[in-house]
Design a protein around this ligand. Sequence first.
Ligand code: PEP
Length: 316
Amino acid sequence: MATPAYISASAKPACIQSGPACPSFSGLRRTGFEQCMRAPSTFVDLEKVVACRSSRGVVTMAGTGKFFVGGNWKCNGSKDSIAKLVGDLNAAKLEDDVEVIVAPPFIYISQVKDSLTAPIQISAQNSWVGKGGAFTGEISAEQLKDIGCEWVILGHSERRHIIGESNEFTGKKAAYALEQNLKVIGCVGEKLEEREAGKTFDVCFEQLKAFADAVPSWDNIVIAYEPVWAIGTGKVATPQQAQEVHAAIRDWMAKNVTPEVAKKVRIIYGGSVNGANCAELAKQEDIDGFLVGGASLKGAEFATICNSVTAKKAVV
Ligand code: PEP
């Protein structure tokens, strides 16, 4: 796979040599963030910022945001298999400082909600773009709220690339879901050919812009960076590849939303995360958690991924 130009910066700490002083960290995300983040206007500037950030120690999330792990069950399961999975989750010991959600298929949401005793919130995997009505096969945000759903995953690559949902449509869905008081996990990520063409940033930024253009506030949004080539393929991004894109997303947020939002928003990684690779990924500075597909169908392994927050804390 070709390495995009922005990644090939061989981690030279340009900001240490000639740029702003690198910030120190305290507690959660680093202090002095805005200083290092000041409006990079060119690719070279962005490279400096990424290098500056990469040279830092690792911290956990800022603000009130906890480490966040979501389990996307997709179109899997039956009443029986879901009862077993919920039983395994109820039996698992989850760390206090991780926020966990699971996203069952619509028809099993009530079963899961009624049987989960673990501190896990419920998400839908999709919602309609507006108020319900004559939209065969769709489920509205109001209906999801009605059955006690708190979150919705929007812009998942399977919705974008199999169902054909556009950036703009996805942004509108997010805005409507937020208006109905659902929290949103907004997914972005590039396809393999886009990465190979050096377009990873462009694709992610366009998808982010569609969210930013539509939503009134980022308070209730978690961004999931999910490279399409890593979803369900067993090909996980390396911790460095994931960190580089997470840092770039945060830079984009600082320039195009506000530095405050950039500092606070949780950016989680998705794509073949499992019990064996989660700890190394979790240690990366800008990885604030995970969106997990396949491995979320195994209760014990999903709990291991949730508890990788301990790996993150260990390097703060
Ligand atoms: C996903 O579907 O969001 C996902 C990350 O899947 P997997 O973990 O199976 O790659």
